[in-house]
Design a protein around this ligand. Sequence first.
Ligand code: ADP
Length: 642
Amino acid sequence: MKEKKITSSKEQTDTSTTSTEQMGAKKPEKIEFQAEVAKVLDIVIHSLYSNKEIFLRELISNASDACDKLRYALLTHPELAKDTGVFKIILTPDKKDKTLTITDNGIGMDKNDLINHLGTIARSGSAEFIKMLTGDKKKDMALIGQFGVGFYASFMVADKVVVRTKKAGNNMGYKWESNGEGSFTITDDKDAPFGTSITLYLKPDDLDYLEPIRLRHLVRQYSDHISIPIVLKNDGKEETINSASALWLRNKTDITPEQYKDFYQNISHAFDEPWMTLHYTAEGVIEYTALLFCPTKPPFNLFQPDRKSNLQLYVNRVFISDDVPELMPNFLRFMTGVIDTRDLPLNVSREMLQRTPAMEKIRKGIVRRILTELKKRSEKADDYKTFWDSFGIVFKEGLYEPSEFKNEIAELCRFHSTRGEELTSFGDYVTRMKASQKHIYYLTGTDLATMRVNPQLEGFAARGIEVLLLTDPIDEFWVQTFYEYQGKKITSVMHAGDDLEKIKPAESDEGETLQKDKADALIKQIKTILGDAVGDVRTTDRLTKSPIALITPEGQMSMNLERLMRAHGQAINFASSRILEINPRHALIHKLADLVSQNKDPEKVSDTIWVLYDQTLVTEGEPIKDPAKYTERLSRFIMAGL
Ligand code: ADP
């Protein structure tokens, strides 16, 4: 027989048609479900599943497959065209009978197909599902969401299902009928039209699937990009309710910027223009088409912890999931779009998505493309600033997350710096480094204006050494894991080490350095006065204008991070381990040292040191521990001055 040779992309069509037709049942023939199917159905029918609506997606997907199969068969069997119309999938809600019918004019099924496909476990997803069954209905039901059970999902919403079908090229049609309990019947149905129609007798609780508004919504949500028109037949009127075109599978040259924009706004529920549109098909080990967008403005929920990337995964134009964290690393979570691949099975499960190497390969491919495109766009500083202002704060997480693209990510980062108002990159910073400068320096904080006048920067300014000013909370984290760029250590200004000693200040209007013995005596005195308010006291090269500064020891949380953590309710305080640095060339320090060595005015010395200390806290943005004492001391100075 002719249809013996019909093959499809998905399966080899059964070849035993002759024998089945000889079986030709006139009366309903009762057939038991395969034991595994009965098990699945038992769970489907008798448990409550919160996401029942997916039944429609499954049936539409099957209908679309059936059309694809016939389309494919026509290539080698053009004579089948006489049984074929324009492909479409029709949804017919019937409020009177309380039925929803899904009709397609695809390949159809013969009797053998019906027995084999709607009586046994055909799909690999269901087979896996069976393996995972625990016997606990609640747990087992949850598994359905992960695996999908294809056609059998109909029984979530229907207490009876009738399938009428006639296979292309056949004379005989059949009616399959079941309430999902143990068995089904098959009856000859000569008048069945070519293709398949599946009628669901809806359960009393599920009559909302008769509402056109609900159907439209579900189709838009799950099946919009099925390439075959999905038609809603309501009150005799027909209305196509999907857009029936997978934009991403069309030729780039055929798509207008307007169409890209509409599509972007549609899938991301956004109103801005895409700042970047990436559309390509990857060929090689894994084939996939990607249509990706970077928004212009940050979406409102960018920082919500449960925010997922707005990326949709399709397998062969069929929507699979928009929750595929495997596909997009966190630092690119602002990207939205569609990935469509043929290299995953349609019934791919959550577990499978997590462990299949295909996903990993796609992810790498996507990230590489995005970074390459960003690199191109970064050459125009103004344009790139738009991106950076919106997403830089998220993008920098890439310096801190594990990634094989660390260097590429680093090159794309931009920072404020002491050099001026313009943002700078690591690369540009390096070209401006002093000849003997070994490190890339940074200061963290929250307010740019305050940071620019931070005493910690004085020594760097005097030596013409540029310092990056890092103002985002995330900066505190990546600086602890991203150690160097082009071999240059990324170092806090507080831990400058010998760079400052080796590089001489440009103009030396600085005073003389305090003698060692005088400095030591002063340091000893300061330690006694401040007690455990500081961990250590020492001299520094870092300061030029200010008499003292406070720093945190290397390896310990910066003061900025400490404040951030406290703002988030963490009870931490490392004050006792901070280091007080004194400027040995400052006139005030000289004066104090004189007083200490001559053992004069101990109260005044103590007041001065406390006031200096408290003022340093203020410039750092730290609270003063005892504001009353601070005011008292200050008042004494003012009185003396008057
Ligand atoms: P899957 O679609 O993953 O194979 P299903 O349980 O949904 O699993 O369907 C089982 C099989 O039944 C399909 O593979 C297909 O051969 C057949 N089938 C289901 N619906 C249709 C349809 N509308 N037209 C033709 N064949 C269908």
